[in-house]
Design a protein around this ligand. Structure first.
Ligand SMILES: Nc1ncnc2c1ncn2[C@@H]1O[C@H](COP(=O)(O)OP(=O)(O)OP(=O)(O)O)[C@@H](O)[C@H]1O
Ligand SMILES: [Mg+2]
Length: 307
C-alpha cells in the first residue's frame, strides 16, 4: 500500500496535558482523510507533528517517505498547510499575499505570474485581487488561504478546520475545490468538528481526549457501530428519555424536534421489541428503526453519550 502518512504510537504532552495520546495512522495516497473531534481533542497538535513543525514526545512519523522531525526541511516544499487561524497578511492585498507565498516557495518569472493567475481564477478571487485580505468575507478569506496553501502544487495538503467561519453554501463550494484537488492527485488531511464535513471524507478518524476512538470510511463506521438506532415519537419525550438513558443497554438518547433518537447496543437481539416493553403505552406505537448517521457513530464511540 502506498501511504503518504504513517505514524506509529505518536504522543505529545505539554506539561501535564497529554494532547495526543498514542495515535496510529496510515493514510493512503490520493485520499481525503478526516480528523473528526471536539475542541481540545488533539487535532491541531497531531497535524503540527505530521507537518514536521512540532516534535512528538514519543513515536515515529513518516510523511511522503521522509522521517520526521529529522527530514522536516525536505518535506516543507512538498506539503501545503492551511492553519486553523487565518495566517495571511491582513494589510496586504489578495495578489500581494499570493506573490509573497510564491516567493517563499521559489516560484519566479513568467511561471509565477501564470501560477498566480490560475490560483486567483480557480478560487474565484478575480474581483478581489486588489482588496486587502483583512477586509475579505469569511468565505473569501478561506478561499485565499487555500489558494496560498496550494500555490506550489503540493502532493499533500493539511487543512486544519478550514471552514469553521464559513456558511453552509460556501462550505459546499470549498469542498468542491477539495474534490477537484483530490481528483488531480493531491492527498488531503482535513480536521473538522462538523459531521456533514466528516461524512464527505473517504476515510476518517474520530479523536477524543488525544486518542483515536475509531477509524474507517464513513460507511464502514456506520455499519460497524455496535448499536441500532431507533426513533420514538409521541408525548412525554423528556420523561421517556430519562427512563431510557438510565438503562445500560441504551448508549444514548437525544431529542431531535418531535422525535427521540435512541442508540441501543447490538447486544440486544430484538431492539424494537425490547424497547417497546420499556416505553409508556402511548409511545409504543410510535417507534421505528432508522439508518445510522455519522453523528450516531460519534455519539456511540465518544464520551458525549448519556449527557
Ligand atoms: N502549545 C501548547 N501548550 C500547552 N498546551 C497545549 C499546547 N497546544 C495544545 N495544547 C493543549 O493540548 C490539547 C489539545 O489541543 P489541540 O489544539 O490539539 O486540540 P484541537 O482538537 O485542535 O482543538 P480545537 O478544535 O479547539 O482546535 C488541549 O488541551 C490544549 O490546551
Ligand atoms: Mg485545533
Amino acid at each position: 500500500m502506498d501511504y503518504v502518512i504513517e505514524a506509529h504510537h505518536i504522543s505529545r504532552s505539554f506539561g501535564d496535558v497529554r494532547a495526543v495520546d498514542n495515535i496510529d495512522l496510515q493514510i493512503s495516497r490520493g485520499e481525503i482523510y478526516g480528523f473528526l473531534g471536539p475542541n481540545g481533542s488533539g487535532k491541531s497538535t497531531t497535524i503540527r507533528m505530521l507537518t514536521g513543525l512540532l516534535t512528538p514526545s514519543e513515536g515515529s512519523i513518516s510523511v511522503l517517505g521522509l522521517n520526521l522531525p529529522k527530514q522536516a526541511e525536505a518535506l516543507r516544499t512538498r506539503i501545503g498547510y492551511m492553519t486553523q487561524k487565518f495566517s495571511l497578511f491582513e494589510d496586504l492585498t489578495v495578489l500581494e499575499n499570493l506573490k509573497f507565498i510564491a516567493q517563499i516557495y521559489g516560484i519566479s518569472g513568467k511561471n509565477k505570474k501564470q501560477r498566480l493567475e490560475t490560483q486567483i481564477d480557480t478560487y474565484g478571487l478575480a474581483q478581489n485581487r486588489k482588496q486587502m485580505a483583512g477586509t475579505l468575507s469569511g468565505g473569501q478569506k478561506q478561499r485565499l488561504a487555500l489558494a496560498a496553501a496550494t500555490v506550489h502544487q503540493p502532493e499533500l495538503l493539511f487543512l486544519d478546520e478550514p471552514t469553521s467561519a464559513v456558511d453552509p453554501e460556501n462550505r459546499r463550494e470549498f469542498w468542491e475545490k477539495l474534490f477537484d484537488l483530490s481528483d488531480q492527485g493531491t492527498s488531503i488531511l482535513v480536521s473538522t468538528h462538523y459531521m456533514d464535513e466528516a461524512e464527505r471524507c473517504h476515510q476518517l478518524a474520530i479523536l477524543e481526549e488525544g486518542q483515536k476512538r475509531v477509524d474507517g470510511s464513513p460507511e464502514e463506521l456506520m455499519s460497524n457501530m455496535g448499536a441500532n438506532v431507533l426513533e420514538v415519537a409521541g408525548p412525554g419525550l423528556r420523561q421517556v428519555k430519562q427512563t431510557l438513558v438510565s438503562l445500560p443497554e441504551v448508549l444514548s438518547a437525544a431529542q431531535l424536534g418531535t422525535r427521540l433518537r435512541v442508540l441501543v447496543s447490538d447486544r440486544v437481539d430484538n431492539p424494537i421489541e425490547w424497547i417497546t416493553q420499556r416505553l409508556p403505552e402511548e409511545n409504543q406505537g410510535n417507534l421505528q428503526r432508522v439508518r445510522p448517521s455519522l453523528e450516531d457513530v460519534f455519539v456511540s464511540c465518544t464520551g458525549v453519550n448519556k449527557r
